[in-house]
Design a protein around this ligand. Structure first.
Ligand code: SF4
Ligand code: SF4
Length: 375
């Protein structure tokens, strides 16, 4: 399967028609996804009655003029339901598992395994718990469960993610738990070649990332004020954080997933994800980084393959050659660069590596067969 996708991707690079075909295939996937959601709700009549009509206490013919939050909520309800979530997960996980079995770097293999496990435990788990009517407080973004926007649970979840980011870097969220890690961990690699190049990407991110962080923090702040009745602020009749969260992760995320043959891999993570960006900022204060085993090897490297493989279009070889390490708010710890380096000169340093090195030092050097020398 990996060979098939490699050949397919090599052809697609030159083939605009192929990219359009892939786009249509992904659009079909999304339609099946929505259809499964409608089926799970008991059919389209039940869906319209529950999601579109009842919230407005109106009759069916008044559905069209319904407000934005109704459509956002209805679309998000479908993409977040148990069967559609399982459908996407099962489809993408096949490619992730195939890739996992083929890569040589243990860090990447483990990262891919965690991405699949994270998808089923976290993304599918959340929709399962929501289906059961339980409040599952694992989402670090207020409004992420579509429940009342601000709870201590959500704040605690945010703190846990911040600590994980300090210990392991942005990979803890973007590479293990986020559904994007499973989505683009397998066949999504083939789309890296369509990414906006590093310089243009940097310029775009400079505009979009601060805007989405302000939107995220602003809607959260409004949500808190609303919850504590300091301000009565609603976005289209909905709590501000619930509206933002639904629009961002349940609508825009899925729509952009269909456009990946044109936007490249991880477009949302690069330019539009406030949670990823904030984890990246917090992670850059912590201990995680990419390290060259030998900086001189990077200085004299002829291929610089690490940079061509990056999901986020970072150019690691520049920092590796000048400083011997890379610490970037954009690095999602995907491990592609480790795998691509022909000299195997890279490793991802984090709390686990630090702990292993510390334990090794504590244990002391291995005793030689001849035994320790005496005075
Ligand atoms: S990490 Fe590997 S591919 Fe990248 S510059 Fe260094 S030696 Fe070259
Ligand atoms: S620098 Fe390496 S680990 Fe970080 S996002 Fe790029 S390819 Fe992935």
């Amino acid at each position: 399967m990996a060979e098939v996708s490699a050949v397919l991707n090599a052809r697609l690079r030159k083939n605009r028609g192929g990219r359009i075909g892939l786009f249509l295939l992904l659009a079909l996937f999304l339609l099946v996804d929505l259809g499964l959601g409608i089926w799970e709700m008991g059919g389209w009549k039940a869906f319209i009655a529950t999601e579109l009509v009842v919230p407005h206490q109106a009759s069916l013919w008044l559905v069209l003029p319904a407000d934005v939050s109704t459509y956002v909520g209805a679309f998000g309800m479908l993409t977040g339901m148990w069967w559609p979530v399982l459908f996407w997960g099962a489809g993408v996980s096949v490619f992730v598992v195939v890739r996992m079995l083929r890569v040589r770097e243990n860090f990447l293999r483990l990262r891919l395994a965690l991405a699949v496990a994270g998808y089923f435990a976290f993304t599918a788990g959340l929709s399962y718990y929501a289906m059961k009517g339980w409040n599952f407080p694992a989402v670090p973004n207020p409004g992420g469960t579509g429940q009342p926007a601000w709870t201590l649970d959500t704040g605690a979840a945010g703190l846990v993610y911040a600590v994980l980011a300090l210990l392991f870097g942005r990979v803890a969220y973007c590479g293990w738990f986020c559904p994007a890690a499973a989505f683009w961990g397998g066949i999504g690699q083939g789309f890296v070649r369509y990414n906006l190049d590093a310089e243009k990407g940097r310029r775009l991110a400079r505009v979009t990332v601060p805007v989405v962080i302000v939107l995220f923090i602003g809607t959260t702040a409004f949500s808190v004020l609303d919850t504590f009745k300091v301000l009565d602020l609603r976005f289209f009749g909905t709590d501000p954080a619930v509206f933002f969260s639904g629009l961002w992760w349940m609508v825009i995320w899925f729509i952009l997933a269909v456009f990946v043959p044109f936007t490249g891999s991880r477009f949302f993570s690069r330019f539009l994800c406030p949670v990823g960006a904030m984890n990246g900022i917090i992670g850059s204060w912590g201990m995680a980084r990419l390290k060259a085993r030998d900086r001189e090897v990077c200085v004299s490297c002829a291929t610089k393959d690490c940079s061509g493989a990056c999901e986020m279009s970072i150019v690691p070889h520049l920092d590796l050659a000048s400083k011997g390490y890379l610490r970037s708010v954009a690095c999602v710890g995907c491990g592609n660069c480790l795998e691509a380096c022909p000299r195997r000169n890279l490793y991802y340093y984090h709390f686990g590596t630090w702990l292993t090195e510390w334990l090794r030092k504590k244990k002391g050097p291995p005793v030689s067969a001849a035994g320790p020398r005496s005075g």
